[in-house]
Design a protein around this ligand. Structure first.
Ligand code: PLP
Length: 394
């Protein structure tokens, strides 16, 4: 028996977009209220306040109407002025990509780039900023998803703050799945989304903007206004007494509300623990069958994605195809520089559950063997099971 490629997979264990939580899917089907109905305006304010609580900030995050690439580009467009020197930190495809947006708005972009299976050394950032006091903005990706590696944004943020530079953070695939927050890294602009660890379908961005970042945006004559890229347009839109710059995505706001309720009810610490345990079990399973992780050290391995290095001579594409057709399991390929070299197993939102780690290890091992590798699937499953047992009463 094989699973058809033209029918949905049985399990979506990707690194985003992820399978949405059932309560989110139900909320998407709620009545679509008129945006200026007082009931909707009060509801919207309440959702923004829940998002503020979830993100632990002083003011509610902006809710932009597009998946987080919109918010990342908007952050560059609004914060970076024509005469700014920017330091971009690239430890993966997203970090590198942000530099191209920054270059569109900045006078000059400096870059620290490291191999995509490692992460940025905060001390190197500190010394770079000491030697380059002209840097006004530092950009970093927290979890560079196509590599499954984590940058220590709290330490990087401390270095940026000491140098008086504002930090732009891409926390799209880390926030909500691990301990990270706008305040923790002293972010100027901190961007996350609804379609990774929050477990919604793609469509919205959450953006936290600090007071000093607002001051810089408001002093930037080229910051977009009356534009899809404008952050300023949305600054006060969360208040029920204010206008929306344009029609909010009502159904997606309903979905976000359900996701935030779920996150707050379960409790952030419990949610992070669930992601961390699932990832640990998955890593033990992968190593247990004799396959290497992509991150150079396990210390920087993401709790929301396990990135598996393909054995010598094995390309990722046929392995992904075998996992899909033999087991009905969809996983993520690499991207750009990591394409073909690794496969990513997502542990985000609803799929951050230990049982899925076992499924992923079984499918990864079986698919690797079907594609010509020789891995010990049983040993991998035994290691994953042992890690699961160890986590239960820990
Ligand atoms: C998913 C993701 C985004 C959003 O971008 P898409 O490529 O459109 O999904 C941005 N940054 C990171 C780190 C992400 O994982």
């Amino acid at each position: 028996m094989r699973y058809s490629e033209t029918k949905p997979p049985v399990f979506t264990l990707t690194a985003g977009p992820v399978d949405a939580y059932p309560e989110v899917l139900r909320a998407l089907g709620k009545t679509v209220l008129y945006d200026y109905d007082p009931a909707f305006q009060a509801f919207y304010e309440n959702v923004a306040l829940k998002a503020q609580k979830a993100m632990g900030t002083d003011t509610p995050p902006l809710i932009l109407q597009g998946e987080p690439v919109l918010a990342l580009e908007a952050a560059a467009a609004c914060l970076i002025a024509k005469d700014d020197v920017v330091l971009n930190l690239a430890s993966g495809v997203y970090g590198k990509g942000f530099g191209y947006w920054a270059a569109r708005y900045a006078k000059k972009v400096e870059e620290i780039e490291v191999p995509y299976d490692t992460s940025i050394d905060p001390e190197e950032v500190r010394s770079f900023l000491k030697a380059h006091p002209e840097v006004k903005v530092v950009c970093v990706c927290n979890h560079d998803t196509p590599s499954g590696t984590i940058n220590d944004i709290d330490a990087i943020g401390a270095a940026a703050a000491e140098a008086g530079a504002l930090l732009i953070v891409d926390a799209v695939s880390s926030w909500g799945g691990m301990k990270t927050s706008p305040d923790g890294c002293k972010a100027g602009i901190y961007v996350t989304g609804n379609n990774k660890c929050l477990g919604c379908p793609p469509g919205l961005s959450l953006v936290s903007v600090s007071e000093s970042a607002w001051a810089k945006i408001e002093a930037n004559p080229d910051a977009p206004f009356a534009s899809i890229l404008s952050l300023g347009d949305w600054k006060n839109a969360w208040k029920k007494t204010e206008k929306f710059p344009f029609t909010p995505s009502v159904a997606e706001i309903n979905g976000l509300d359900a996701a935030l309720d779920r996150y707050l009810d379960e409790g952030p610490e419990a949610v992070w623990e669930r992601h961390a345990v699932t990832a640990r079990i998955c890593r033990e399973g992968i190593k247990g069958m004799g396959v290497k992780l992509w991150p150079a050290t396990e210390e920087i391995a993401s709790p929301t994605t396990t990135s598996v290095r393909m054995p010598d001579g094995i390309d990722a594409a046929p392995v992904l195809a075998e996992a899909r057709s033999r087991y009905g399991i969809s996983m993520s390929a690499g991207r750009a520089e990591t394409l073909g070299k690794l496969i990513r197993i997502g542990h985000m939102g609803p799929t951050a559950q230990p049982a899925y780690a076992l499924l992923a290890v079984a499918a990864m091992g079986g698919a690797l063997n079907a594609a010509g590798a020789k891995v010990d699937v049983a040993a991998g499953l035994a290691a994953a099971q042992a890690a699961w047992e160890a986590s239960i009463d820990a």
